[in-house]
Design a protein around this ligand. Structure first.
Ligand code: B12
Ligand code: SF4
Ligand code: SF4
Length: 244
């Protein structure tokens, strides 16, 4: 393995058959809060891996349907770990995952790597993908020497120029506001018959109302899957934990 560019190209090629892609590289200086590797050393760089639009969905679904237990309780996390653990082993990098506590600051890393900014929903908005992207894991490197391609940083924040801001007026319970996202209010609505027939079936209505990145909107089955993964109290008997 030579410089970082060839490592990145290799990882990109390993991710492509799973519908996953590279979502940015963060390098940590001596003053930065860097994640720790298993042996207690600081990581020098983190490579974000994620999903752009619904590209991963058919690959994940095919895997899930091939499993006797349909992937278990957290199938997307399990699939992500199978795919990314294997790539980490091949490349010699240590993986970490967004849903594993203590939560690593995936969104902060994404902001650093790609210059993304949060939408009123709390989700980062991407100028091309809109709200239709997520992070499935990251590879932490002890060292990543050599010349690094400058990450493509976003110069535009779509929310700044969005005149009507439909995400702020679409939520039936006003859970999305310029002051932040009212998680409790959202959840109270989701367990009602209206919530079950609306957002729980077709995805967060406020997210759906955003006009940016329409071509990358998740397929219906994926929208429903992500909403069910929120595991609302009283709907499956378990406490709510994020499975995003
Ligand atoms: C906890 C959590 C939640 C909680 C939020 C509770 C709260 N008020 O903080 C709940 C369960 C409500 C949630 C919901 C969703 N989440 Co969530 N969540 C997380 C998780 C696991 C940890 C966040 C955290 O504490 N990070 C630790 C701090 C230190 O990291 P940070 O980057 O410095 O902090 C940022 C966040 O805390 C963010 N933030 C603050 N308040 C809120 C509120 C919400 C709703 C979100 C999304 C972010 C957010 O702002 C900080 C600075 O940017 C992250 C994964 C991760 N590891 O980051 C996913 C994550 C943020 N979630 C994500 C998503 C997609 C969602 C949902 C859309 C899932 C869905 N159902 O489709 C929903 C949001 C809307 C809805 N309709 O409910 C994505 C966002 C991707 C993106 N494009 O930015 C992430 C990164 C997971 C992933 N695999 O990609 N989530
Ligand atoms: S509807 Fe407008 S303000 Fe809301 S997330 Fe989309 S671009 Fe941003
Ligand atoms: S999921 Fe439904 S209730 Fe929750 S913020 Fe989105 S539109 Fe509002």
């Amino acid at each position: 393995m030579s410089g970082p560019s060839s490592v990145l190209t290799e990882i990109e090629a390993l991710l492509a058959p799973h519908g996953l892609s590279l979502r940015g590289l963060v390098r940590f200086g001596p003053e930065d809060a860097a994640p720790m590797l298993d042996d207690g050393a600081r990581a020098e760089a983190v490579l974000l891996i994620g999903a752009a639009g619904g590209a991963m969905w058919p690959h994940f679904e095919r895997w899930r349907m091939s499993q006797a237990d349909r992937g278990g309780a957290d199938p997307l996390d399990r699939w992500s770990k199978i795919v990314i653990d294997e790539i980490g082993n091949r490349i010699g990098a240590e993986p970490c995952y967004p849903s594993d506590p203590p939560y690593q600051p995936f969104q902060r890393w994404a902001m650093q790597a790609e210059g993304l900014e949060p939408s009123p929903l709390g989700i980062l908005i991407h100028p091309r993908l809109g709200l239709w992207h997520s992070y499935r894991g990251a590879l932490m490197f002890r060292a990543l020497d050599g010349a690094v391609e400058t990450p493509v940083r976003s110069e535009v924040h779509p929310c700044d120029t969005c005149r009507d801001k439909p995400c702020l007026s679409t939520c039936p319970v006003g859970a999305v506001s310029p002051d932040g996202f009212d998680v409790a209010g959202c959840r109270r609505h989701l367990v009602t018959p209206q919530g079950q027939g609306g957002c729980m079936t077709s995805g967060c209505l406020a997210r759906n109302a955003c006009p940016v990145g329409d071509a990358f909107r998740y397929p219906e089955a994926q929208l429903k899957f992500h909403m069910e993964a929120l595991r609302l109290p009283g709907t499956d008997g378990s406490a709510s934990r994020p499975r995003t």
